[in-house]
Design a protein around this ligand. Structure first.
Ligand code: BGC
Length: 696
């Protein structure tokens, strides 16, 4: 029975794929060259080319928003104007929510819970779809190991395994089962856009093939395997080849090796920028290089308009254009755009910012918060006495939303201060000052300092040369600590900040990132103990910017860092290692690890809740290939599991590795070498129970 239904499912899927391909071919046969090239051009509404192209059916896709009426209008113009009645694909940057804003993706990654990423994307897709949006430029799945790069905020951090799980989850959330309710996802920015020199946005990257394959490409592979509809080519260059003209990676790896059947969209004007990269002298040359390399859609710069003449004058063969058009049309059929181009204009009122969506955003935000320090159990706070809240960010709704906040409005968001007030109710007296205020500090039983970055300080074009608390916030913090009152530092930021002074002098530190519409409530849930924090760092927190790049899975040195030996791999003026390691995060309860067992490829341990509250532990499995033909990272994350434990409860956590987990990239491709592997079951990337397994 089961086999029959699986077979019939497969049959239906292949039939519908076949039907789509048939429809694409039938349509393509009737298209003029201009019409074909039109499908490859994406415009911003109201740019000059848009006015000209839209009514003639020569704009294949557009940026869309603010609502269904506008999208329907664009659809009407496109369909009526196009000889072949081809609908337009409306795309938008729906990154971490559309109206209901979720935490920034780096925060969601701190949940170490792909199901929450999927939920956030599903809600975002539902809301965006109600605005007529059928395509989003998300998820950003670039590995980021340099927090100076402002776009660390948009990804899942430094680790390929965690990022791959998150990438696949976002794709599932946005697209669901491809159909009329889906929002097509875009994995971006292909590739290694997160590795620019010096962390300066848009800069070149120099990366070995092994690092590209093992670190930067895996999230893309995961997105492709999850069925992602499109991929965006990056602004950067990798080893001297601009990504938007990289045929080896876009056509060779993506389509050849991975069998990706979706389409590739360029980043904003990235095709024309090939001229700035110095690999094209004219727009036409840039366009030919990009389309030949595998970029199907040219975002906004109208460079692909030159392809018509390029084909006519035999500088480009028409089949290259045809292949790109096929991929675009296939996506339009897959989201049922031809059969169902319009959006119900009453839908938005029913789905935007619903109670259910806000609750989802709050749940995800609660799980995104990382408790970094809690000396003397300052936290959780009691809902009595006087609490003094300090810092401009505490009162900011705008900054709680983070960068790329879609159509999220500040007035719908809950600031930290508001959340704290909501939670305290009539219990605790809440005082507030933006800057230093002795009178308020004196009255307080406890001080909460909400410090960090405004939303503009991270995200695109927001690289920073310092990772310290910006402006005079550090002085404010020092003056608050000097009062002798217990201080809780809440860090709101789009990147890890080097809070070394606070780590020594402030008793409690909560890393809250930027938590979205329900951020203030979620933060208060954690501060007052209604929720036990369970987030874990998806990225290393350095002591100082001078340690960057710093990440846990680094290669070993012949002279490993040692505090007792000068001639080792370290800085002379700062302690060895990060301030807080990858994978780290505390709870209001405590956990103990014991009984590591390794049988074949199965590794297990017992995790016990040794505290007095129920809590979640994120149990992490790391490996190290001890002797190989090339140096292997000192640790690599291979599995993790989130377990909920009641006080005193013990759970046995078991992981089974596969040979693929032991692979690395060599000149011969992926290989596994027999030998000894060190294995850890650990609470973070620096500690844990250690054993060995033999791979024969
Ligand atoms: C960004 C992309 C974004 C695009 C469209 C670019 O500047 O790099 O991530 O999707 O703009 O807004």
């Amino acid at each position: 029975m089961r086999i029959v239904s699986i077979l019939s499912l497969l049959l239906t899927a292949s039939l519908s794929a076949q039907t789509i391909d048939d429809r694409v071919e039938a349509l393509l046969k009737t298209m003029t060259l201009e019409e074909k090239v039109g499908q490859l051009c994406q415009y911003v509404p109201d740019q000059d080319e848009w006015f000209d192209a839209m009514p003639r059916g020569l704009a294949g896709s557009v940026f869309g928003t603010p609502g269904a009426e506008r999208s329907n209008d664009m659809q009407r113009i496109a369909i009526a104007g196009s000889r072949l009645r081809i609908p337009v694909l409306v795309g938008h940057d729906v990154i971490h929510g559309y109206k209901t804003i979720f935490p920034i993706p780096l925060a969601i990654a701190s949940s170490w819970d792909p199901k929450l990423a999927e939920l956030s994307a599903r809600v975002a897709a539902r809301e965006a779809r109600a605005a007529g949006i059928r395509w989003t430029f998300a998820p950003m799945i670039d590995i980021a190991r340099d927090p100076r790069w402002g776009r660390v905020a948009e990804g899942a951090g430094e680790d390929p395994y965690l990022s791959s799980l998150m990438a696949a989850a976002y794709v599932r959330g946005f697209q669901g089962d491809l159909g009329p309710q889906s929002v097509l996802a875009t994995a971006k920015h292909f590739v290694a856009y997160g590795a620019p020199e010096g962390g300066r946005d848009y800069g070149p990257a120099e990366i070995s093939e092994a690092t590209l394959r093992e670190v930067y490409l895996p999230p893309y592979r995961a997105a492709v395997d999850a069925g992602v509809a499109s991929i965006m080519s990056a602004f950067d260059s990798v080893n001297g080849v601009p990504s938007s003209a990289n045929r080896r990676l876009m056509t060779g790896v993506l389509r050849g090796e991975w069998k990706f059947r979706g389409f590739v969209d360029s980043d904003f004007a990235a095709v024309e920028q090939l001229i700035n990269h110095g690999i094209a002298g004219t727009k036409e040359e840039a366009a030919i290089k990009a389309i030949t390399a595998g970029v199907d859609i040219d975002m906004v710069d109208a460079t692909y308009q030159t392809l018509v003449a390029a084909v006519r004058d035999h500088r480009l063969q028409e089949f290259v254009v045809d292949d790109a058009v096929r991929r675009v049309l296939r996506a339009k059929f897959a989201v049922c755009l031809f059969d169902d181009p319009y959006t119900d204009e009453t839908l938005a009122a029913k789905v935007w910012l619903t109670k259910e969506h806000r609750e989802a955003a709050r749940r995800v935000a609660q799980r995104s918060i990382v408790l970094l320090k809690n000396q003397g159990a300052v936290l959780p706070l009691s809902k009595s006495g006087t609490v003094a809240v300090f810092g401009e960010l505490a009162d900011s709704k705008e900054d709680m939303l983070g960068s790329w906040a879609g159509e999220g409005r500040a007035e719908d968001a809950i600031s930290a201060l508001e959340g704290i007030r909501n939670a305290a109710g009539n219990g605790a007296r809440i005082l507030f000052a933006k800057g230093s205020d002795d009178a308020i500090a004196k009255e307080a039983d406890v001080i909460i300092a909400v410090l960090g970055e405004t939303r503009e300080m991270s995200g695109e074009a927001a690289s920073r040369s310092s990772l310290d608390l910006p402006g005079t916030q550090e002085q404010l913090l020092e003056s608050l600590v000097a009062t002798g009152k217990p201080v809780v530092l809440v860090v709101m930021a789009g990147r890890p900040l080097s809070i070394a002074w606070a780590a020594t002098h402030v008793p409690a530190i909560v890393n809250a990132w930027q938590l979205g519409t329900e951020g203030g409530n979620a933060l208060a849930d954690v501060l007052f103990g209604d929720v036990n924090p369970s987030g874990r760092l998806p990225i290393t927190v350095p002591r100082t910017v001078g340690q960057v790049p710093i990440h846990y899975a680094h290669l070993p040195s012949g002279r490993p860092a040692s505090p007792d030996d000068k001639f080792t791999n370290k800085y002379e003026d700062v302690a060895i290692g990060p301030l807080y390691p990858f994978g780290f995060g505390l709870s209001y309860t405590s956990f103990a690890y014991s009984n590591l067992r390794i049988q074949g490829m199965t590794v297990s341990a017992d995790i016990r809740n040794t505290g007095s509250l129920t809590g979640d532990e994120v149990v992490q499995l790391y490996i190290r290939d001890v002797v190989a033909s090339v140096s292997r990272p000192v640790r690599e994350l291979k599995r993790f599991a989130r377990v909920t434990l009641k006080p005193g409860e013990t759970k046995h956590v078991e992981f089974t590795l596969t040979p693929r987990d032991l692979e690395f990239w060599s000149e011969r491709g992926w290989i596994t070498e027999p030998g000894t592997f060190r294995v850890w079951i650990a609470p973070d990337s620096e500690h844990g129970l250690e054993g060995t397994l033999e791979w024969k």
